[in-house]
Design a protein around this ligand. Structure first.
Ligand SMILES: [Fe+2]
Ligand SMILES: [Fe+2]
Length: 261
């Protein structure tokens, strides 16, 4: 009798155990299905996000490229008013970036300067042709008008808080300042001149002297190097002049790559 009771209890236990296992199994399977489904959903969402991100990156690259092109073109317009070549702004851009990097400027800032420096003479769009294209020396009054291209350019570009336009505005404003304070438009001195201004000043002069302009023939290299050396500390930042001569072969390579035809 006792034995029968034990068997009945064991059978009962087994039933309960089976039922529990059955429910646990069903729950686990249900759980698994939910996980698989949510995994799939998450993966789909991740893929969609990834695709959107790639699209945004492509759009951004596109915008950056167009910005660069617009800046180069605008710069070239400014230069072409005084019969300078498109390659002049490209060379100035490359020289400026190289100097900035050698000065220890952050690579992203050097790249910003490269994109901004072609705009240095954009203010020339506001200077009358008879002054811009005058062969020979300008009178005092004509030169005063010519000088206003720095402020004109600054005013044209200083309309946005975008870093690129801000940098371009600084370059336009300060590329004719001189290290000893005798430049224009503000007569800034030494390191009061923004590093972008100090860099573009030498890049622009180095390139302009080596090209024919309406008022002069291209200088030979020795004469150019002489002028840069003589103007170290007066027109140009001596530290930048040192960089120029230390890395002269790199500057010549840039001039060669983007030479005028
Ligand atoms: Fe200029
Ligand atoms: Fe220039």
């Amino acid at each position: 009798m006792e034995q029968n009771k034990l068997i009945a209890e064991l059978e009962n236990l087994k039933e309960n155990f089976d039922a529990t296992i059955k429910y646990a199994l069903r729950d686990a399977r249900r759980q698994e299905k939910i996980m698989v489904r949510s995994d799939q959903r998450q993966r789909r969402e991740y893929d969609e996000l990834q695709a959107k991100l790639e699209e945004i990156q492509a759009l951004n690259a596109e915008i950056e490229e167009s910005q660069k092109e617009v800046l180069f073109t605008m710069g070239a317009i400014g230069e072409s008013r005084s019969r300078e070549t498109f390659n002049h702004v490209r060379r100035v851009a490359e020289y400026s970036k190289l100097i900035a990097l050698k000065l220890g400027v952050k690579p992203s800032t050097a790249e910003l300067l490269k994109m901004a420096s072609p705009m240095h003479d954009i203010g020339k769009v506001g200077i009358p042709d008879d002054i811009l294209k005058k062969p020979g020396k300008l009178t005092h009054d004509e030169f005063e008008i010519m000088k206003s291209h720095a402020v004109l350019g600054y005013e044209m570009l200083n309309v946005s808080s975008r870093p690129l336009l801000k940098a371009a505005a600084i370059v336009a404003h300060e590329h004719h300042e001189k290290f000893d304070g005798t430049g224009y438009p503000r007569g800034l001195k030494g390191k009061d001149i923004h590093v972008f201004g100090r860099i573009t000043a030498i890049a622009d002069v180095f390139d302009a002297l080596g090209s024919d302009r309406c008022y002069k023939q291209a200088w030979n290299d020795e004469a150019i190097f002489d002028l840069i050396r003589k103007n170290s500390g007066t027109h140009f930042d001596p530290e930048i002049v040192d960089i120029f001569f230390t890395y002269l072969p790199s500057f010549m390579r840039i001039r060669d790559t983007f030479r005028d035809f």
